[in-house]
Write a protein that binds this ligand. Structure first.
Ligand code: SAT
Ligand code: MN
Length: 591
């Protein structure tokens, strides 16, 4: 690209040119800039963002290539109340989604978007979700007036002219429009039109609401397309477990937002597991499709990680500390006087003084947190020292195990395995978790979050369960399905399990089960590790009794659990697959 062509249209695709033209007429930006994804472009846009005060360049000696961003204090997390699935009929969106008729929502949003980019630049951001050349990869184009979004999409996706190359002259792309407006909660909508492969997001500038490739395309629209096209779009990390003899086993795992997916995907096995390695393929989203050999193959559609910062340190996630030591955008953490960043749970002492995520003076005596609990890093996956080379493989990786996990103080054991695929779908469908800061409101309450997809399923959740059950017929060698809970507490409120790297012990049992090497005992809820088959070596002070406490099945608690599951089943009754009701009955009969 020469200076003259930088920012000019870099496609001749008539459908794209016409659509951009329509949006330009609607939003009336002063300028239109077409992104090519080059290094030169990124450098220029970073400089512009610094000049405009959108980003602060961090201390290059401590954090080379890193930038700091503060979002509007009213705009720090996903807003589920403002997230809509706009299908022709409300029943298609189902009772777990907000719904509005497409024509009403289009009219409302056109009204809000009209003239909203006066005095601003509209950026055309072409991107790929998935490795170039993969049959699963999708093209998206996001039109946005936020330079922060452009720079973040450059990290989170494969962004630039390569997307137009993959698209060619076709019209199979996701149309994304993002208008910041005045970033006011009253004018905030994240609207999905699955039948038009379209997303319109207005009134926010926070990641999950505005990086339209991520939750909007890769999960909400993706899940809708996946059902039509015979694949699964899931809120799952993907990791590769390498055994000392070189054997590699791939696992996909669903946990709700801010429950440790990134930590698990980047985990370093404890010293007792010499020779074992965990490789990351993805930390948030998996697209999975049966392959010609009858196994289920997964790709990570993303190219970067948008992870929770607080609590990240060299003990909880040493690889992440390396990941975010360069070329990272930090959002809503604290800023120190020497242009370094700080957050609760970082290594070392708190700074004597800094600016908190709102930009106010903060000292260790302050009552408020310095970093917002949902403050985030945006870092390229290439920075991850344990990035699996397969993360760029267009074929994806064959999945041997699927894990479902929630954040539960009681009831749910550390690990158990489903009896079969449908029972596994039931475990995913009935998942519960205590809410976190990743979404506005309700933190701490247990809510049903089926397959960690409650906020991300782009169609009727009952039909989604049906799709999961049906997928079994297309997978000759289905992954084994497990449930885990790292967060069980004792009566004194202390965690029973050390978590983090020690979770390797659970992963190893799962790997061994997949390869038919570990014993399990049958219980009413599923297969549990026989204590002899579960590796507790090198975990000093941790006794078999403690392990039994972690694995205990308390009948009283389980009866309550099954009753609580009913709430969701009642809500979905009209489309709930019978198989799940049978699973519930079988569980009751066994307990
Ligand atoms: O903010 S995001 O939606 O991208 C993160 C999450 O909630 O999982
Ligand atoms: Mn997520």
């Amino acid at each position: 690209m020469t200076k003259e062509t930088l920012g000019r249209p870099n496609t001749s695709n008539k459908t794209v040119l016409k659509w951009v033209d329509e949006i330009v007429k609607l939003c009336k930006p002063d300028q239109v800039y077409w992104c090519d994804g080059s290094k030169a472009e990124r450098k220029a846009l970073l400089a512009e963002a610094v000049e405009k005060g959108v980003l602060i360049k961090l201390n290059p000696k401590k954090l080379p290539g890193c930038y700091y961003h503060r979002s509007n204090p009213n705009d720090v997390a996903r807003v589920e109340q403002a997230t809509f699935i706009c299908t022709e009929n409300q029943d298609e969106a189902g009772p777990t989604n907000n719904w509005m008729a497409p024509k009403d929502m289009y009219a409302k949003l056109r009204g809000l978007a009209a003239g909203s980019m006066r005095g601003r630049t509209l950026y055309v951001v072409p991107y790929l979700m998935g490795p170039p050349g993969s049959p699963l990869t999708k093209v998206g184009i996001e039109l946005t007036d936020s330079i922060y979004v452009v720079l973040s999409m450059g990290v989170m996706t494969r962004m630039g002219t390569l997307a137009f190359e993959q698209l060619g002259e076709g019209d199979g792309f996701n149309r994304g429009l993002h208008c910041m407006l005045d970033v006011h909660p009253d004018r905030r909508y994240i609207a999905h039109f699955p039948q038009d492969n379209t997303v319109i997001s207005v009134g926010s500038n926070y990641g999950g609401n505005v990086l339209l490739g991520k939750k909007c395309l890769a999960l909400r629209i993706g899940s809708y397309l996946g059902r039509q096209e015979g694949w699964l779009a899931e809120h799952m990390l993907i990791l590769g477990v390498e055994a000392p003899n070189g054997e590699k086993t791939y696992i996909a795992a669903a946990f709700p937002s801010a429950c440790g997916k990134t930590n698990l995907a980047m985990m370093i096995p404890p010293p007792a597991f010499k020779g074992w390695k965990i490789w990351t393929i993805g930390d948030d989203i998996a697209w999975m499709k049966p392959g010609p050999d009858g196994r289920l193959y997964a790709i990570n559609p993303e190219a970067g990680y948008f992870g929770v910062v607080p609590g990240t340190n060299s003990k909880s996630n040493p690889n992440a500390m390396q990941l975010i030591s360069h070329d990272t955008i930090y959002t809503n953490v604290a800023l120190t006087p020497d242009l370094d960043v700080w957050w609760e749970g970082k290594d070392g002492p708190a700074p004597k003084e800094c600016l908190d995520w709102r930009g106010n003076k903060w000292t260790p005596e302050s009552k408020e947190k310095a970093a917002h609990p949902n403050s985030r890093f945006t870092a390229p996956m290439a920075n991850n020292p344990m990035l699996a080379p397969e993360a760029n493989d267009p074929h994806g990786v064959p999945i041997s195990a699927i894990i479902f996990g929630g954040r539960r103080s009681d009831t749910i054991p550390l690990v158990f395995q489903s009896f079969n695929w449908v029972h596994g779908v039931y475990l995913g469908a009935t998942m519960g978790s205590e809410m976190t800061a990743a979404a506005v409101g309700g933190a701490g309450q247990v809510r049903r979050d089926p397959m960690a997809m409650l906020p991300f399923c782009g169609y009727n959740m009952g039909d989604y369960f049906r799709h999961w059950i049906n997928m079994r017929k297309h997978i000759k060698y289905p992954p084994r399905i497990f449930h885990v809970n790292w967060f069980r507490k004792n009566a004194q409120g202390h965690f029973l399990w050390p978590g983090f790297g020690e979770n390797m012990r659970v992963i190893k049992w799962i790997v061994d089960r997949c390869h038919g090497r570990a014993d399990a005992d049958e219980t009413p809820i599923g297969w549990v590790p026989n204590p002899k088959s579960f590796d507790l070596n090198g975990l000093p002070g941790f006794t078999v009794e403690q392990f039994e406490q972690l694995q205990a099945i308390n009948e009283e608690e389980w009866r309550r659990e099954v009753l609580m599951q009913d709430e969701l089943f009642m809500k979905l009754h009209s489309r709930l697959p019978k198989e799940l009701i049978f699973q519930r009955e079988l569980l009751l009969a066994r307990t």
